[in-house]
Design a binder for this molecule. Structure first.
Ligand SMILES: [Zn+2]
Length: 273
């Protein structure tokens, strides 16, 4: 079963200075002043034994900046191992649903990432429902940033995963992925949602592997609903994979978390290597 990293960032223009400082403190191996090339990402993936990387666009100019859908689509077109994910900001896009449709049909993007606390909306606001209707119709998953962030101008209240309960109820056919599993304040909420909703998954980027069983003592039982993500470049990828592999869980649970669940969601079946 391939290992799939469900949470990777690239950048088009250099990130804001304080974002770069933050990333440098975690992962100094990347030169953040130069454009990232697919080869760089693939090299880090190879070193960690990761077969597929899910790469996010980001339209959050109030907080981190903009990584355009066109850029991410182009970036990922160089390798079938890179899976592009669209970003649509419902507060900036005049036609959010239309933009998502364009990203999927014209740019070949295979999921939608939303950051409610960077974009400033509650996930259960009816005005964003056309986005979910479109995602459900196009059969693509929606990834929500959940949990606290240290970045400036983030509004934390929008990152409470509880608001996804309405979305899960109203769109039972939509696959919902909680990036960071409610990091910081809302682990129990995230776990509850993944347990009670067949269509809701937890993604564990940004959480130290050594703390996972402390945050989620039922991880073994939950493993069918848990997805690996790294938040690259804000991590040391090979160490991260190694640490997850060494968790005291069954081999099956580790396989599920590191790739099997993601492969089912993305429709990735066999090894391409
Ligand atoms: Zn991230």
């Amino acid at each position: 079963m391939p290992i799939i990293d469900f949470h990777m960032h690239v950048y088009e223009k250099p990130w804001k200075g304080w974002v770069v400082e933050f990333l440098k403190s975690i992962n100094p191996s990347v030169d953040y002043t130069k454009p990232i090339k697919p080869e760089h990402l693939l090299k880090d993936m190879d070193k960690a034994g990761i077969e597929y990387g899910v790469v996010f666009a980001e339209t959050t100019p109030q907080v981190t900046g903009i990584v355009s859908n066109e850029f991410v689509s182009r970036f990922c077109s160089s390798s079938e191992r890179l899976i592009p994910v669209a970003s649509v900001n419902p507060n900036l896009s005049p036609d959010a649903a239309g933009e998502l449709e364009y990203c999927v049909k014209e740019l070949g993007m295979r999921a939608l990432k939303l950051l409610p606390s960077y974009m400033y909306f509650y996930p259960n606001e009816r005005r964003v429902y056309p986005l979910y209707e479109t995602a459900a119709r196009l059969k693509i998953p929606v990834i929500f940033h959940t949990g606290t962030s240290v970045f400036k101008r983030v509004r934390q209240r929008f990152a409470d995963p509880l608001y996804l309960d309405d979305v899960a109820v109203d769109f039972p056919e939509l696959t919902i992925i909680m990036a960071h599993s409610g990091r910081g304040l809302w682990y129990t909420t995230a776990e509850m949602l993944a347990r009670i909703h067949e269509n809701v998954y937890m993604e564990i980027s940004g959480l130290p592997p050594k703390k996972l069983l402390e945050y989620f003592p039922n991880l073994e039982k939950l493993s069918e609903k848990v997805i690996f993500g790294s938040d690259w470049p804000g991590c040391r990828l090979d160490e991260l994979v190694r640490d997850i592999k060494s968790l005291p869980l069954s081999e099956k649970a580790i396989e599920r978390i590191l790739g099997e669940n993601a492969a089912e969601i993305l429709g990735v079946k066999k090894s391409k290597k």
